[in-house]
Design a binder for this molecule. Sequence first.
Ligand SMILES: [Zn+2]
Length: 208
Amino acid sequence: MKPGARRLTGTDGVSHTFDPGSFALELILSGGPPPWDRYELLHTPDDAAAWLAESYLAADLPFTADDVRVTKADLARLKEFRALLWHVVPGMIPDAKTLPGITTRQLTPEDRALINATVGEPPLAELDEAGRIRRRTPITMRQVLGAAAQDLIDIIGSDQVARLRMCEGDNCALMFYDTSRPGNRRWCSMQRCGNRHKVGNYRTRHPS
Ligand SMILES: [Zn+2]
């Protein structure tokens, strides 16, 4: 599976692949404020390092969990930035479903200040012994969150904001950045909500 695409298991126990389309949106998948903390994946700094090594950040230039430097304070900063995403991203999606426990808000001056202060030096590349490109390590949380903040700014500060979506599936709150060429992605995944929709349509047309 390519970095960034995640294997998710729903409350029904069925798993499917979900591509959030961007690193910033992917962060939302790592957990969230209550009651979404039941999906928390980042309990320790080591969890965060392992998660990041499978993220969009590792898509072009792979690195391992050992290459990421994460402290407890870093983990707290990551969760603070992630909480901001939970509160502001749904407000940018037309017809977004209400998320239990989440008060959606328009971007406040404080949000803007946090995002702008988070922008930093992205993870850097260098040449390895064979003259091939590789990640310069260690990767710091400042670099990780800097990349997420830049990613978010590029989307929400431009026309690309219109490509933020919430899956149209019933009871599905997965949010993503639509990278499809025509910009018509509707589902978290065809395997899951897309198929349910098709089956639903079929049942409507062919009542038994
Ligand atoms: Zn869905």
